[in-house]
Ligand binder design. Structure first.
Ligand code: IPE
Ligand code: IPE
Ligand code: MG
Length: 245
């Protein structure tokens, strides 16, 4: 029989990896720098991670970049984060496109600046046919808000007579989420030590394997992604069924 280690080496990568990129502020504090410097290094880690995920053959990478609740941060920090986002979109879309990466954004766009929404729309169109990797950025995203939005869409369909209440099943809900055409995440990684989900992909992560790493996001790279995937391969996914063997 194959050993667990060799099995992990030869296993196909998880189809969908999602990451809660946490710890930019603490990284900055450790290095005696302003929080903005941590976010800047965090953006570099995004670049690295997208490249690694593509090299590893991961098909979907979803990154939690800004939560619905992050709007509560001081205005100066929100401004810094939006400036970085603008810079990332301006500088990276051509690069993503060259590398066969499709860009997508999930979350409440109505709260984002108009110029940012325009950059997102442009990027989604430009990279729409790429298939090496789908990179989804969760921006102004909250899992609860996403479910409320889906509930409203269902209610509208029922009120309009297009849908019977008894026809509402899991698929009907899933189809009304931002992630309608994406597989659920197999692996959710959170960096920087906190062991919580913070409103990320609540519905979609029902059976995701969770990996919590101590490393702050700006220090995340190939070694950390590979280690998390190895950890994932050691897990036995049961989906509620009895243990195998
Ligand atoms: C993650 O780092 C980036 C965002 C949430 C936008 P944090 O800014 O949360 O960093 P910590 O948690 O304060 O260290
Ligand atoms: C989660 O991190 C959101 C993102 C990584 C974008 P937070 O730092 O906002 O989460 P909490 O406040 O520690 O739960
Ligand atoms: Mg944080």
């Amino acid at each position: 029989m194959e050993s667990a280690a060799s099995h992990a080496e030869s296993s196909p990568p998880p189809l969908h990896v999602a990451i809660i990129m946490d710890g930019n502020g603490r990284w900055a504090k450790t290095h005696g720098l302003p929080r903005a410097a941590g976010h800047k290094r965090g953006a570099e880690a995004v670049r690295r991670t997208v490249e690694c995920a593509r090299d590893m053959g991961i098909s979907y990478l979803t990154l939690y970049a800004f939560s619905s609740e992050n709007w509560k941060r001081p205005a100066s920090e929100v401004t810094d984060l939006m400036a970085l986002l603008r810079l990332y979109l301006r500088n990276e879309i051509a690069n993503l496109d060259r590398n066969g990466v499709r860009l997508r954004v999930i979350g409440d766009r109505s709260r984002l600046g108009r110029d940012i929404v325009a950059l997102i729309e442009e990027g989604e169109v430009k990279t729409g046919n790429n298939r090496a990797l789908t990179l989804t950025l969760a921006l102004s995203y909250g899992g609860r808000q996403e479910l409320v939005r889906a509930a409203r869409a269902l209610a509208r369909d029922v009120a309009a007579g297009r849908l019977f209440p008894d026809d509402i099943d899991e698929a009907a809900v899933a189809q009304r989420l931002f992630t309608a055409d994406m597989p659920d995440p197999d692996l959710v990684i959170r960096t920087s030590g906190e062991k919580r989900i913070s409103n990320f992909l609540l519905w979609q992560s029902a059976y995701a394997e969770l990996v919590f790493l101590d490393v702050p996001w700006p220090d995340f790279g190939r070694d950390e992604l590979e280690a998390a995937v190895r950890d994932f391969h050691r897990r036995e996914r049961r989906y509620g069924a009895a243990a195998a063997g």
